[in-house]
Design a protein. Structure first.
Length: 480
């Protein structure tokens, strides 16, 4: 009977797992997770994603165990590990879902070539995206405008998710496996545990809860920070605990059985966000260095000016702008930051402080529980105005107005910046301008219990636009 090694990376699930399903239909499955230098580098420095990985692996191990199959966890060089496993298990095939980050592409191509050269059958699948990533526009070029990509996406056929393989061939092998604990990943994190349950089961449960309730209000409430009106599925999508195709079809099914226009609009808005993720992956595939270099070449010469001290204040949530501070503290505490605040905080770093977006990308990479190279790089390039279809540079978010609009009662700020909690709503957005008696009553001394704004908004906006003027006329060609 055929024996197939199925390689798990950021697809830590058994539902809609193309490689696993195909292998399970042909014989024995040997699930394998390799902890290589490359993985150490990818997870290193980010406690949240490392914690998530630990718990996802624990769960995956027990999921396979229930079917009397061992998840092999091995550490070392990919090829050496694979040759050992092939020898020990007598495997004849190797299946995996593709990844799209350049280093992972090189890694998977190298492994595939090495194994094929020693006679092992290799098969790869597009398991983690909605469509095969080869969609081009009428000119035969990659899409540059999200709206056109979205329209095209609605015409594309999204394959139905693969079923969960049940009653897989039992296979116990003699190959010695590590346990997730052997990988030195952080097991315990009181703050993350308070906010998250990692893994496939929790991801599916989260979707069920959201689709029962939050999805209805999604269009109306997704920008309201305190409502938590979004799905919070991003860490599950980023680690592959949940499949994007399953979400797509589940949302479409709800759409078909309801006539309520509110839910139709909300589902459309939700699917649109899934297509933003897809668009981000297309950008990454066509511009592999998107996390390092601006797609608009003119930005290579942007006159950045920010200081380390400014950067530290932003990272620690001590800017004196309550909305920014709330977002950055939420990030430190929970590994997540609401999308609207993500945009405003990122814009503040790049435009108010003139700190390179790449520094912001790196901080998010270290801190986000949903870190995803494609989404993060596209998000930063969008905010900085140097991406292909991005916010124009001259549109500078006003953190005070954003806060008044999307956190009108100030509840989000109160939650994450407790020293401002006693300040009434109109003043909480801009405490530095609150009357002295109101501040005294709330027990706040600006500059002592809460920082004064680190920069004047109007002056910062002017400075940002002047900086932009220096590169405005230059070539806008996109770079690879
Ligand atoms: C500067 C910046 C950095 C970002 N970094 C990341 C990142 O590292 N990882 C990440 O998953 N998202 C990132 N995003 C996109 C977005 O903020 C998050 O996907 C979203 O906040 C996740 O919350 P949710 O799951 O509740 O989203 P929902 O609104 O419920 O959306 C559902 C899913 O759609 C996808 N999605 C939603 N918004 C976007 C978007 N703008 N771009 C791409 N995909 C999207 C996500 O996978 C999300 O889980 C970034 C955005 C910005 C502006």
């Amino acid at each position: 009977m055929k024996r197939t090694i199925v390689w798990f990376r950021k697809d830590l699930r058994i539902h809609d797992h193309a490689a696993l399903w195909e292998a399970s239909q042909q014989g024995i499955v040997i699930p394998l997770f390799i902890w290589s230098e490359q993985d150490r580098a990818e997870y290193g420095g980010n406690e949240a994603t490392s914690w998530w990985l630990y718990h996802s692996l624990e769960e995956l191990k027990s999921t396979f165990h229930e079917q009397h199959i061992d998840l092999l966890i091995k550490s070392g060089d990919d090829f050496e590990v694979l040759m050992d496993v092939i020898r020990e298990t007598k495997a004849d095939a190797f299946y995996f879902n593709d990844r799209y980050e350049l280093e992972e592409v090189i890694r998977q191509n190298t492994i595939a070539a090495q194994l094929e050269s020693v006679g092992v059958e290799v098969a790869r699948f597009d398991g983690n995206l909605l469509f095969p990533p080869d969609i081009l526009n009428v000119k035969g070029e990659p899409y540059k405008i999200f709206t056109s990509f979205w329209k095209r996406a609605l015409q594309e056929y999204v394959n139905q998710p693969y079923p969960v393989p049940v009653e897989m061939e039992q296979f116990r092998n003699d190959s010695r496996s590590l346990t997730p604990s052997d990988l030195n990943l952080p097991k315990h994190s009181p703050s993350l545990k308070k906010h998250w349950i990692a893994g496939e089961r929790a991801g599916i449960e989260r979707w069920n809860e959201f689709s029962d309730d939050g999805l209805y209000y999604y269009k109306k409430e997704r920008d309201l920070m305190v409502k938590e009106g979004t799905s919070t599925l991003s860490p599950y999508l980023a680690s592959g605990n949940i499949s994007v195709k399953s979400l797509w079809h589940a949302a479409k099914r709800i759409n078909e059985v309801t006539e309520d226009p509110t839910i139709h609009q909300s589902i459309e808005a939700f699917l649109r966000q899934l297509v933003w993720r897809e668009f981000a992956y297309h950008q990454l595939i066509h511009h592999p260095s998107i996390a390092k270099f601006p797609l608009r070449k003119q930005f290579l010469e942007f006159p950045w000016q920010g200081t380390n001290d400014d950067f530290l204040k932003w990272k620690e949530g001590r800017t004196g702008f309550p909305l920014i501070d709330a977002g950055m503290r939420q990030l430190r505490e929970t590994g997540i930051i609401h999308n609207r605040v993500r945009m405003v905080a990122a814009s503040f770093l790049v435009k108010h402080l003139l700190i390179p977006w790449q520094d912001g990308y790196e901080w998010f990479k270290r801190s986000l529980v949903d870190f995803d190279m494609a989404n993060n790089a596209t998000g930063w390039q969008w905010v900085a105005g140097c991406g292909i279809d991005s916010a124009p540079y001259f549109r500078v978010f006003n953190p005070y107005l954003q806060s008044e609009k999307f956190d009108p009662g100030g509840a989000y700020i109160r939650k994450w910046v407790p020293e401002l909690a006693a300040l009434p709503a109109p003043f909480i957005h801009k405490p530095s301008e609150a009357p002295t008696d109101i501040l005294e009553e709330a027990g706040i001394a600006i500059g002592q219990t809460y920082p004064s704004p680190m920069i004047d908004h109007a002056a910062a906006r002017k400075r940002a636009l002047l900086a932009y003027d220096t590169i405005k006329g230059k070539s806008q060609d996109t770079t690879n």
